[in-house]
Design a binder for this molecule. Structure first.
Ligand SMILES: NC(=O)c1ccc[n+]([C@@H]2O[C@H](COP(=O)([O-])OP(=O)(O)OC[C@H]3O[C@@H](n4cnc5c(N)ncnc54)[C@H](O)[C@@H]3O)[C@@H](O)[C@H]2O)c1
Ligand SMILES: [Zn+2]
Length: 673
């Protein structure tokens, strides 16, 4: 008897299936206990491989099959059985799968909404009062977390206008703003990511211990015993007073795909993490009638986005000297595809973060890259993987560029090189001067700036303006064309003006906003700011004593440089672009200080409008823009997906909250476009 290759394969496949199934169980167990061993993307890859193998070899399906189970038989403190199972979702990554979903339910309306990355909760109401909040658990039985939810979760009303039994399901998330604020306040015990933080919060024994870790609930599912509730999911939830996940009705796969793309695009600007978009039958009866599979409802589909977190190996740490002399640890990573690009370097912030997260060279670390944010190392996931060959990360005692001793500053013990002649700092400052936000010397890139500095031709920003074409032509790889381009680009940079020059000088603590505010406060030249003195500077809105002191000290030090810039024809005077546009006294927002929050869309085209563009429109209509709500704010303009914290604050301070739609109407009526 011969053994066919098919059989051999099946034997191998069987082993592999068992191996993967075991691994899935181990990873789930750790994950649902709150200490994941790998990033979600890696876990999902294991599930995918298992699913593909079982589909090809159904007879080898393990028993029990983890893919037919939900969650994990987690440790439940107060188990409660769900009225109907809380399931997982079927996943899709390709447009064809969205088409297939629409084909399956020909003609039925579908809602598309963000797939929030938190943890799901079932809220049970009896005759209008919240009676219970329950976690998903293993899908059949969850944990009673009513006390914690009442104390910590915003967006869960105590009472709703409905009789009988009502069950609302949704996601409890930690807003990114809450997460960041918490980690800033507690650098010694940082949270790794918002989702883990949310799950951990609802595992606390006593709400008082996690009081600063507030969560926010967004509803996505509704079950009622009464017939009075709307059959449309979105309307039904809103009528009961819930913030629903932002749902958009779509009639066909093409429309759905467009909304999915829009959600993915907005992903970075929202105040919560999301890992995909959910498609779901809009009609609640149709959704119920579609029924379920072993572990997922048939009437819904999750479209997954690229992972924003992955694990990789930290191969080394370099200490990088920045333009203000700050020496920051930069992680060198084994290349990893995350957040849509291959990441090889990530920030480690400072030595306190390294200590608090107990990170060592050689560790497998979690790397997070969300949107335009610089990738960073969030922490070590599986310390049990350590072999003993890992090395401690040792901060330098001398500047890696100039060798001068370093100094430590602040609570997070940031390291600084205070040598003003430090070559690394010099290059960084020159690069910053040439950057778009400052003199915008586009044709002289960072590499050439470094070469020119090494050759002794550049040390201060003013040195750019005495470079000659002859000097540039002496460099091997600079020909006539590029030398001309460089000189022209430097010439154009002479029009830098007060605001951008101040940005370009990289004065510690003075932000781009500081520069803009000084211009608006009536300063007409950089010399005037240098001579103003701290008292006059603090009188400017939003400029505090520390910023004023830093400005005065550094501009005094830079006085000779300001003179050289002037001598070489560089304008340090305020420019038109630095000032708010002229406003008529009857402009709709005249005299109002406004804060803008949420995503802004032009109602005429439906298109997204970048925040700075909308700010400029409001300014043209007479408004002064502030970054956060305070007692001085007159109006909070809200776009889509507004963070709860801003709204709560506005309510507390009695600030008028106005929807962007109303503001657009006024802008359009006043001809401000
Ligand atoms: N890192 C690990 O080791 C590890 C282990 C196990 C699971 N996981 C992760 O946990 C998840 C497991 O999948 P799952 O079954 O828990 O969740 P899922 O990805 O299948 O999605 C279902 C969940 O999505 C949530 N959700 C968010 N927005 C929703 C919306 N608008 N409509 C409906 N549901 C919405 C709900 O909480 C629901 O329970 C995956 O992301 C997986 O990567 C990770
Ligand atoms: Zn140095």
């Amino acid at each position: 008897m011969s053994v066919g290759t098919g059989t051999l394969c099946a034997v191998n496949a069987g082993e592999r299936i068992q191996e993967l199934a075991d691994r899935v169980m181990v990873l789930r167990d750790a994950y649902y206990r709150g200490s994941p061993l790998v990033a979600d993307a890696e876990y999902d890859a294991i599930e995918d491989e298992l699913r593909t193998l079982i589909e090809a070899n159904p007879e080898l399906a393990p028993d029990p099959n983890p893919l037919e189970q939900v969650g994990a038989p987690a440790v439940l403190h107060a188990p409660i059985r769900h009225s109907r199972p809380m399931l997982s979702l079927e996943k899709a990554t390709r447009p064809e799968q969205v088409v297939a979903f629409f084909d399956r339910f020909g003609g039925q309306p579908v809602v598309v909404m963000p797939k929030l990355d938190g943890l799901s909760l079932a809220l049970v109401y009896q005759d209008g009062r919240l009676s219970r909040a329950i976690t998903r658990g293993d899908g059949t039985t969850g944990d009673d977390v009513t006390v914690l939810v009442r104390a910590l979760v915003d967006g869960v009303p105590d009472r709703i206008p409905a009789d009988g039994r009502v069950e609302v399901r949704g996601e409890a998330v930690m807003l990114r703003s809450t997460f960041t604020a918490y980690n800033t306040a507690h650098p010694d015990r940082p949270l790794i990511n918002p989702r883990g933080a949310a799950a951990g919060t609802l595992r606390a024994k006593d709400p008082a211990t996690v009081a600063e870790r507030r969560l926010r609930f967004f509803a996505f599912d509704l079950d009622t015993s009464t017939d009075s509730a709307a059959t449309d999911l979105h309307e039904g939830l809103r009528a009961l007073g819930f913030d629903a996940a932002d749902m958009r009705h779509c009639d066909d796969a093409q429309a759905a795909q467009a909304v999915i793309a829009e959600i993915e695009q907005q992903r970075n600007e929202l105040d919560y993490d999301l890992d995909g978009a959910v498609l779901r039958l809009a009609n609640r009866d149709a959704y119920a009638a579609a029924g379920t599979r072993s572990s997922s409802p048939r009437g819904a589909l999750a479209y997954k986005f690229a992972a924003e977190e992955k694990t990789t190996v930290l191969s080394d740490v370099l200490w990088d000297v920045g333009k203000t002399g700050k020496i920051a640890p930069v992680a060198q990573l084994e290349p990893v595809f995350v957040g849509g690009t291959t990441v090889m370097r990530a920030t480690l912030a400072n030595q306190e973060v390294i200590r608090a997260r107990d990170i060592k060279i050689g560790d497998t670390v979690l790397v997070r890259r969300a949107g335009d944010v610089i990738p960073f190392v969030a922490g070590v996931l599986d310390a049990s993987k350590r072999t003993g060959a890992e090395r401690d990360i040792v901060p330098p005692t001398a500047c890696p560029s100039c060798g001068q001793p370093v100094t430590e500053q602040g609570n997070s013990r940031e390291l600084f090189c205070t040598n003003v002649a430090c070559p690394a700092q010099t290059v960084r400052r020159l690069v910053h001067w040439a950057s778009r936000a400052a003199a915008d010397i586009e044709a002289v890139g960072p590499m050439w700036i470094e070469r020119l500095a090494e050759a002794g031709l550049l040390e201060h920003p003013s040195d750019f303006y005495r470079l000659t074409k002859q000097q540039l032509l002496e460099f091997d790889r600079i020909g006539d064309v590029s030398a001309t381009r460089m000189i022209e680009s430097i010439d154009a940079g002479r029009q830098v003006g007060l605001r951008r020059a101040l940005i370009g000088l990289a004065i510690p603590m003075a932000s781009e906003g500081t520069a803009a505010r000084l211009c608006r406060a009536g300063f007409t030249s950089l010399e005037q700011v240098a001579d103003a003195g701290e008292d006059r500077l603090v009188a400017v809105e939003d400029i505090g004593p520390k910023v004023a002191a830093s400005l005065t000290m550094h501009l005094t030090r830079l006085r000779p440089e300001l003179e050289r810039l002037r001598e070489r024809g560089v304008s340090l005077d305020v420019r038109d672009e630095d000032l708010p546009p002229a406003v008529a006294s009857d402009a709709p927002l005249a005299g109002k200080t406004v804060v803008i929050t949420g995503a802004i869309n032009d109602p005429r085209s439906g298109e997204k409008v970048p925040r700075p563009t909308f700010q400029r429109l409001c300014e043209k209509a007479g408004a002064t823009i502030a970054s956060s709500v305070s007692a001085n704010t007159d109006m909070l303009i809200t776009g889509a997906d507004v963070g709860a914290s801003k709204l709560t604050k506005a309510e507390k301070l009695g600030v008028e909250v106005v929807d962007q739609g109303d503001v657009w109407q006024q802008l359009i009526a006043a001809g401000v476009t």
